[in-house]
Ligand binder design. Sequence first.
Ligand code: ADP
Ligand code: MG
Length: 246
Amino acid sequence: MKDNNVILEVKDLHKSFGEQEVLKGISTEVNRGDVIAIIGPSGCGKSTFLRSLNLLETPTSGQILFEGTDLTDKSTDINVTRQKIGMVFQQFNLFANMTIKANIMLAPVKLGVMTKDEASKKADELLTRIGLLDKADAYPAQLSGGQKQRVAIIRSLAMNPDVILFDEPTSALDPEMVGEVLSVMKELAEAGMTMVVVTHEMGFAREVANRVMFINEGTIAEEGTPEEVFGAPKSERLQEFLSRVL
Ligand code: ADP
Ligand code: MG
């Protein structure tokens, strides 16, 4: 039997775009309850790696197992798996022509996971949790960037995912709105959600993550606890990266 604690298993993942090899053999595991911060220079393959985890990018070679199911196997229905993998993007990706509440209800209703009534109740619950119930009937354009991103996070929660992938969730925000989004993420982490977070917020990585992964030039160049990675970086490359971002 597979270890029940392992949610995602990545085996020798390679990804090329044309001639350019972006991921050069990544192997790792994500365990239930892990909060993994992925750090590294721009263009090193962080987004490509994250997007590969739910097959938004198709690996060139290697395997990704989600709860024991090989996502790279042609016979796997990726849409079923994606229901269990939430994703939050830098640019929120809310549907502009739908109300906030409709955005949250969309996936559970459309995929037949909940009735309209159930989804409506869930949406109210989630909006209450982030203090935005009064925005239920507003449209995304009427919200601040921080509010939109908090909605995007609870929208992913509406599907009761087993893991949520975040790709630089605060990078598009005005500085004064970063804190409110990070605090929602911190609450999620404290509630036990499994999270993989590409971030430039080193404070968050240090405080909230249990593992920090430094990706450089398409490989995991160094990995460890926040204490290890920030307190005692081994490689010169990581030391240099940290000296630039801290
Ligand atoms: P990061 O998120 O670490 O900044 P990315 O994973 O977005 O890096 O990109 C890694 C490299 O892959 C970059 O050189 C980028 O230009 C390239 N790349 C990413 N997506 C594509 C794509 N769809 N087509 C071609 N090249 C891509
Ligand atoms: Mg990126």
